[in-house]
Design a protein around this ligand. Structure first.
Ligand SMILES: CC(C)(COP(=O)(O)OP(=O)(O)OC[C@H]1O[C@@H](n2cnc3c(N)ncnc32)[C@H](O)[C@@H]1OP(=O)(O)O)[C@@H](O)C(=O)NCCC(=O)NCCS
Length: 162
């Protein structure tokens, strides 16, 4: 395992982010984190697909408590494919540290744009409004809402220039 952002400073504390090299380990941590977030990842089929897919993706973690996986779409553009932090550790800076480590990783590979998809503002869910605010506060710009990409939910694409 490679330490990519050892002791990432967040607020007054420090968070150790590790890049996970082993496919099995990526899936194992993903399963622990997603099973802890049934309000967000409650659809079994989708959760199983995430657990399977992250095995092959660049993945960063904070212990078994938080995970972020990236998908490279083109040599210059990537996506936050999945990010989750176990509920008991929300608001401690783990998500911020994971995102910063992932961005460092991408910049070092000359990737210029990072996108993330989340539930769009035409859905009134306040939890997702908070999630959009998380990304916007970290430099992402809402680009376009796609009403039909996901079956019954509006998808918002946010993008950040790295
Ligand atoms: C959204 C999420 C990744 C943020 O990670 P985190 O480690 O809790 O966030 P941090 O502590 O680094 O930062 C806290 C910020 O996140 C926001 N936030 C969003 N959802 C939050 C939640 N459920 N609990 C606490 N903070 C949350 C806070 O408002 C705060 O914003 P600010 O710093 O700009 O004021 C995490 O809360 C989570 O896993 N939520 C459930 C799943 C999810 O929404 N995944 C995103 C997929 S698009």
């Amino acid at each position: 395992m490679e330490l990519v952002a050892l002791s990432h400073k967040v607020g007054s504390g420090r968070v150790d982010v590790v890049e996970i090299e082993s496919p099995e380990e990526r899936s194992r941590i993903c399963e622990i984190v997603l099973r802890d977030l049934p309000d967000w990842f409650g659809i079994e089929e989708a959760t199983a697909a995430y657990i399977r897919d992250v095995a092959e993706l660049p993945t960063f973690a904070v212990g078994d408590d938080a995970l972020l996986s990236l998908k490279l779409h083109t040599p210059r553009a990537a996506e936050v494919y999945l990010m989750g932090v176990r509920r008991a550790r929300h608001g401690e800076g783990l998500g911020t540290a994971l995102l910063a480590a992932a961005e460092d990783h991408l910049r070092a590979r000359a990737v210029e744009y990072l996108q993330v998809k989340t539930l769009g503002p035409s859905d009134p869910d306040p939890g997702y409004a908070r999630r959009r605010a998380f990304y916007e506060a970290r430099g992402f710009v809402p680009l376009e809402e796609l009403p039909e990409l996901w079956e019954h939910n509006p998808c918002l694409i946010l993008v950040k220039r790295l």
